[in-house]
Ligand binder design. Structure first.
Ligand code: PMP
Length: 410
C-alpha cells in the first residue's frame, strides 16, 4: 500500500493529545493539558489590537517576510531587552509558535544518527520532534534545581571520547514542562561553559519564564552568555506568546546567532512561507499597547493561587502517597507516587471519577517511569482544583482496593 517514510510508519503521537477524547466528558476536571486559563485571556486588549492591525488591511492581508514582520520583530526585540537579552531584529525570527522554532533548528542542525541531549523528563512533543529527525537521544537527569550539570559534564566527556559529542542540547530552564524545575544560576553558568568547551548548541526553550509567581527571576542562558567567553555563539533562545498572551495566536520566536538564523529562515520558507502577517500585526499592536505588564501581573497572581491550591489539595487528599516540589512559576507540578500503584492505574480510576492528568512515561526520552505524573493547575478554577484533588484521593483509594482484590487468592 502506501510507502510511508520510516519515521511515520507507526508514529506514536502525543501522550497528551491521546487523552483529549476524555476532555469533553461532562464534568471532567483536567489537570492534563498545558492550556492557559481562557478566563484569563485579555480579550478586550486583543480585540482592540486586532482592530488596529486590520486598519492596515493591505499589509496584513498580503504575504509578509519569512522571518517575520518588522513591526513584530521590533516589539519582540524590546520584550527580549526587558528580559535582559540585547539583540537585534536580524537575530530574531518569528515562528508559528515556539514549536516551529525547534523544528527549524533541528532541520538546520540535525541529521540522521546525530546525537542530541535532552533533559529527563522533558516536553514530550520535542522528544517526538527529535525522533522525527532520526537523531540519537540521550537523557540527562534533572534534579529539583533543573538539569544535573555535573552528570552532564561526565556524559559529555565520555561522549566526546567516543567521537559522539552531541550537536545540540535541548533545555527548558524555567519552570520546565513537565518537571516545574528552574535551573539555578550556578548551573546555568556551568552549562554555558560546557557548551563552549564541547561546541554544543544549547537550545533554551523558555515559554514559561514570564509566569513567575514566587521567588526571584534567574537570567536566561542567552542573557548570561555575554559573561562566558564564546558562549554567545552557542545559544539559541526560543520563546512564545502562547502562555503569556494566548496560544491561539501561534506566535513564537527564536533568537540565534546569524549563521543559524539565516538557515532557519530558508527552512521556514518551505515549511510555511511565513507566519501570518495579520496575526503578527495583532501581536505587535498588543505589545505596543503596553498592556502586557499589567496582564502578566494579573495572570501570575491567578496561577500562583491555583498552584498553591493544587499543592494543598494533593497533600490533603493523597498525603504520603504522593511526593512533589511546589514550583515558583509556570503551569506544572511534577509528582511521584510512592506506593505500588502506577500512574497509568491511577489514571484509569481517575478518569472514571471525572479527573485527568498525564502519566509521566511520555516525558521520558529513554526508559519508562511508571510512577510519575504531570498535573497542570493552569486551566481549572480554584474550586475545580480542590474538587479534582478530592477525586484523585478517591481514585487512589479505588486503585488500591482493586490491587488488593487482585492480590487475594480466588
Ligand atoms: N516548549 C514547551 C516546553 C512547551 O510546553 C510548549 C507548549 N506546550 C511549547 C514549546 C510549544 O508552544 P507554542 O508552540 O505554543 O509556542
Amino acid at each position: 500500500m502506501y510507502r510511508f517514510s520510516s519515521v511515520y510508519q507507526s508514529p506514536k503521537g502525543s501522550p497528551i493529545r491521546a487523552l483529549y477524547k476524555h476532555l469533553s466528558e461532562p464534568g471532567m476536571i483536567s489537570f492534563a493539558g498545558g492550556y492557559p486559563d481562557p478566563q484569563l485571556f485579555d480579550v478586550q486588549g486583543l480585540g482592540a489590537a486586532s482592530e488596529r492591525a486590520f486598519a492596515n488591511s493591505k499589509a496584513c492581508l498580503e504575504y509578509g517576510p519569512t522571518e517575520g514582520t518588522s513591526g513584530l520583530k521590533e516589539a519582540l526585540v524590546q520584550l527580549m531587552q526587558q528580559r535582559g537579552v540585547h539583540t537585534r531584529p536580524e537575530n530574531l525570527i518569528v515562528t508559528t509558535g515556539s514549536q516551529q522554532a525547534f523544528d527549524l533548528v533541528l532541520r538546520v542542525l540535525v541529521e540522521k544518527g546525530d546525537s542530541v541531549f535532552v533533559e529527563q523528563p522533558t516536553y514530550s512533543t520535542n522528544i517526538q520532534a527529535v525522533q522525527a529527525h532520526q537523531a540519537q537521544l540521550t537523557a540527562v537527569p534533572v534534579t529539583a534545581e533543573g538539569m544535573d550539570v555535573q552528570a552532564l559534564a561526565h556524559m559529555l566527556e565520555s561522549a566526546s571520547a567516543q567521537g559522539k559529542t552531541p550537536k545540540l542540547l535541548y533545555t527548558i530552564p524555567n519552570f520546565s514542562n513537565p518537571s516545574g524545575a528552574t535551573l539555578s544560576l550556578e548551573r546555568r553558568m556551568r552549562l554555558l561553559q560546557l557548551a563552549v568547551q564541547y561546541q554544543v548548541v544549547l537550545v533554551e526553550d523558555d515559554p514559561y519564564g514570564g509566569l513567575r509567581f514566587a521567588g526571584e527571576a534567574v537570567p536566561s542562558l542567552m542573557a548570561l552568555a555575554s559573561q562566558v567567553p564564546g558562549a554567545q555563539n552557542w545559544v539559541v533562545h526560543m520563546s512564545s506568546l502562547s502562555k503569556i498572551v494566548a496560544p491561539g495566536l501561534r506566535v513564537g520566536w527564536a533568537v540565534a546567532p546569524e549563521e543559524i538564523l539565516k538557515r532557519c529562515s530558508v527552512a521556514k520558507q518551505s515549511a510555511d512561507v511565513g507566519s501570518s502577517p495579520w496575526i503578527q500585526g495583532i501581536a505587535a499592536e498588543y505589545l505596543a499597547s503596553g498592556r502586557l505588564d499589567t496582564h502578566l501581573a494579573h495572570i501570575c497572581a491567578a496561577y500562583g493561587a491555583k498552584c498553591r491550591a493544587l499543592a494543598q489539595g494533593l497533600r490533603q487528599e493523597l498525603g504520603d502517597a504522593i511526593r512533589f516540589h511546589e514550583p515558583s512559576g509556570g503551569m506544572f507540578v511534577w509528582a511521584r507516587l510512592t506506593g505500588d500503584i502506577t500512574a497509568a492505574e491511577l489514571l484509569t480510576h481517575a478518569i472514571a471519577r471525572g479527573v485527568m492528568f498525564v502519566p509521566g512515561a511520555g516525558f521520558q526520552a529513554d526508559g519508562t517511569d511508571d510512577f510519575t505524573l504531570r498535573l497542570s493547575f493552569a486551566s481549572p478554577t480554584l474550586e475545580e482544583v480542590a474538587q479534582g484533588c478530592k477525586r484523585l484521593g478517591e481514585a487512589m483509594a479505588a486503585a488500591r482496593a482493586a490491587k488488593n482484590k487482585q492480590a487475594q487468592p480466588a
